[in-house]
Ligand binder design. Sequence first.
Ligand SMILES: NC(=O)c1ccc[n+]([C@@H]2O[C@H](COP(=O)([O-])OP(=O)(O)OC[C@H]3O[C@@H](n4cnc5c(N)ncnc54)[C@H](O)[C@@H]3O)[C@@H](O)[C@H]2O)c1
Length: 364
Amino acid sequence: MKKKIKVGIIGVGNCFAGLIQGIEYYKRNKEKKIIGLMHKKIGPYNFDDIEFTSAFDVGRNKVGERLDRAVYASPNMVNWVKLPKLKTLVREAPISDGIGIYVENKIKPIRKPLSIEKLKRGAEEEIKNTKTEVLVNYLPVGSQKASEFWAEIALETKCALINCLPVFIASNKKWAEKFKRKKIPIIGDDVKGQIGATIVHRVLTKLCSDRGTVIDKTYQINVGGNTDFLNMKEQARLESKRISKTQAVTSQLIENISPESIYIGPSDFIPFLGNKKLAFIRLEGKMFADIAFSIELRLDVDDKANSAGIVIDAIRLAKLGLDRKIGGPLIAASAYLMKHPPTQFTDEKAREMVEKFIIGTSRR
Ligand SMILES: NC(=O)c1ccc[n+]([C@@H]2O[C@H](COP(=O)([O-])OP(=O)(O)OC[C@H]3O[C@@H](n4cnc5c(N)ncnc54)[C@H](O)[C@@H]3O)[C@@H](O)[C@H]2O)c1
């Protein structure tokens, strides 16, 4: 029988709800063309060779619950298809710095958390018992310490790590070295959506540069109505998110832009938008003979459909890394799938590099 990829989830929120329901959607609709994956098959792995063998969260309505039920528990909002019954139970994770002030009364964390030592032992046992081999970190923005806890767990349990949020692990030299030494692959940091504000802004920026214009000023404002956006109202949790999103765009410029001439950030929470995300992008610049031009764009997209396919590809690429015993950041996959990779490339180049990685002509 063909091998499955055993995946553990950290944070059973909206992103994961989209990922697991998306896989189920295509499993049930076999006649449909699969949209939003690099390939139906990556190496020997089909999109539905992914199994969710362990899961960790802190919500009192999720911990102890069967994973297929926890996926629909409040404040999650994705409800695309009904999932079949799963054996996997959601286990308790350390709260640490995972819960921001604005989302606490939505997530409702467990009242009497276990000690960190017990949770560490419990997580390691669960990963071992379930033979989990790839961990996906879906913690909220600003979860620096909690993400470091799970990065250590990945190192201890020899699980590949996919770091979906803007806490710098794959792109941090010290962490990258730790994964290299232990021969464990990591893909990160901060998922780049399929048609998200980042990729659209990057491509427009590169277009302007490639066509020889100069960008004087640019902004990108994002609004949404889910807990991710509510959490991002807390400015103190946003520092790395701003760096990640800004560098994703400035890395595509030939001529530098001064920091006061670029503004990129999630800017507000509008409850009735739910998982709909709106992005407003503006670029102002000069073309031939110093004549001014501008581009104004409004993007309207489901934020969770935007990230799910990307992570399905990341899981399969991380598994290829494990199979090939490659330690440290997978450079090509991180550059193509993430906003803040260890090394930035153009998206075209990064895609080419990933294709070479898949067929094995490039090691990372
Ligand atoms: N397009 C996208 O959706 C996109 C793109 C890039 C990055 N991301 C990032 O992915 C992450 C997940 O997004 P989401 O929409 O699923 O968020 P979410 O708020 O819906 O889910 C977060 C989940 O983590 C749980 N949680 C909170 N603290 C925890 C802790 N200490 N330990 C374990 N679980 C904890 C919550 O209970 C919740 O289930 C966010 O950081 C987001 O910014 C998303």
